[in-house]
Design a protein around this ligand. Structure first.
Ligand SMILES: *Cc1c(COP(=O)(O)O)cnc(C)c1O
Length: 456
């Protein structure tokens, strides 16, 4: 094809073989972190005028670089929010790359965008939002939250008296860090409701009533969480929705982690009220088994998002012509050129059917409940709170923060597991505790027992 790729043909089999082997592995080797100096000493200079050759570069990747990463789909990777992309989705991620589809505009990407939208329809149906609601795949929850907040703020600013005001949003301290960070990006202030447990309608009411007159006028949105990252807690979405409606506030639900659980019948009722949201964030790369990266933002009224995000430029006019009529993903979030990153999810959903997704999400919840039972029976540990969604917070009796840290590093260095401590607010103090977050349906009871054994 391109001169630049001379010599590639011989590499192709090696690369594809490696990819197939890796996709087939359920227990990939646990990597260990290395310092930059260490990696540089082994790898040397790789970007040179003549090139080091595909074989050399690939060997460095296989023998050194990949071993300095943690496979997030390992069944004993229970830190942060793990991931467990389906093999179908990973394979189709390769196909997505190979197909060179531009995902910004229907004119160029119609077939790919059509498929993405089929997957999106299913996501929207899980939320229960009214008919006109629709969304678009983003690079992740952060970009989805940002896109929704921009839409909310621009909508608020349509009223001239808000034009020169700095906006204010309310969320809780249980909300994800990206909310505060994205508020900085769009230069709005954040009022934090001081609860890491669920934000109730009373908490919200108090927060609003506590604002002075000027601040109340700056308030344009409430961000509730549909499954906190730390503990899987779902805010009182129904109560908060009612207040937002009365107070004329944009109601955003950040369900980046928890959104997958909308598919699980056993917990769906906890999300009651999400169908009244103005916008919702869901990360398929967290609990809907998509490879990195794939987030989604959904709007009750996509037209409002379009008013905020549609880009203007003489070079872009052609995309808006008759022949190009269709859904233009770039009109609904902050990115222009984009990968059709919903395509791997589409293929996997189409292949497996949505029932398998339901049962795979239920498995994560079942694992959390099972871990809760095991912990309750084990005398050296105790639950900090009942498991929620697929998160379990527990303490090792008698341990200091340093003990948790040493334990985490030991398991990591031995290539056994990655389970990290977190903090949980009790009264006015933050206690260091341990946390499991289950996503991977391949995690077993033996894995849980074996990890707890390392705490003895
Ligand atoms: C992970 C997470 C985010 C950020 O999503 P990214 O995909 O990492 O950008 C936002 N909100 C919540 C609740 C999350 O769990």
């Amino acid at each position: 094809m391109h001169n630049i790729d001379i010599g590639l043909v011989e590499m192709t089999l090696d690369v594809v073989k490696y990819a197939i082997d890796r996709i087939a592995k359920t227990n990939p080797e646990f990597g260990k972190p290395k310092k930059e100096e260490e990696l540089r000493a082994i790898v040397g200079e790789t970007i040179t005028p003549e090139g080091i050759g595909g074989e050399n570069a690939f060997n460095l990747f296989k023998d050194v670089l990949i071993k300095a990463t943690v496979p997030i789909d390992h069944p004993r990777h229970l830190a942060f929010v793990p991931a467990a992309p389906t093999r179908a989705a990973i394979m189709f991620d390769l196909v997505t790359s190979a197909s060179s589809i531009h995902g910004a505009y229907w004119m160029e990407g119609a077939g790919g965008i059509f498929a993405e939208n089929e997957a999106m329809k299913w996501l929207v149906s899980l939320t229960g939002l009214p008919n006109k609601a629709f969304g678009v795949f983003t690079s992740g929850g952060t970009a989805a939250n940002l896109s929704a907040m921009v839409a909310a703020r621009e909508n608020w600013r349509k009223d001239d008296k808000n034009l020169n005001k700095k906006g204010l949003i309310i969320t809780s301290i249980g909300a994800h860090s990206s909310i505060k960070t994205m508020a900085k990006v769009i230069d709005v202030d954040v009022f934090l409701v001081p609860t890491e447990d669920l934000m109730s309608k009373y908490d919200l009411k108090n927060a609003i009533n506590g604002l002075d007159e000027e601040d109340r006028k700056r308030l344009f949105s409430v961000v509730a969480t549909g499954g906190t990252t730390n503990a899987g807690i779902i805010d009182d979405l129904d109560g908060i929705a009612d207040i937002c409606e009365k107070e004329n506030l944009w109601f955003h639900v950040d369900a980046a982690y928890g959104g997958g659980a909308l598919a699980a019948d056993s917990v769906r009722h906890l999300f009651k009220g999400i169908e009244k949201a103005d916008s919702i964030t869901i990360d398929p790369h967290k609990w809907l088994f998509s490879p990195y990266d794939c987030g989604a933002v959904i709007y009750k009224n996509p037209e409002l998002a379009k008013e905020a995000h549609s880009q203007e430029g003489s070079y872009l006019d052609i995309f808006k012509d008759e022949g190009a009529h269709g859904f233009n993903p770039s009109d609904y979030q902050i990115q222009l050129t984009r990968r059709v990153r919903g395509l791997p999810l589409w293929f996997s959903l189409a292949m497996h059917g949505t029932d398998l997704y339901k049962s795979a999400v239920e498995k994560g919840i079942a694992l959390a409940n099972l871990a809760g039972e095991i912990i309750t029976k084990n005398p050296i540990v105790e639950l900090v709170r009942e498991p929620s969604l697929s998160c379990v917070l527990f303490r090792r009796k008698g341990w200091s923060p340093n003990d948790y840290r040493d334990w985490t590093y030991k398991n990591h260095k031995e290539g056994f597991a990655l389970v990290t401590p977190t903090k949980w607010k009790i009264g006015d103090t933050f206690e260091t505790v341990s946390r499991f977050c289950f996503i991977n349906p391949d995690t077993t009871e033996e894995d849980i027992n074996a990890i707890l054994k390392t705490m003895e």
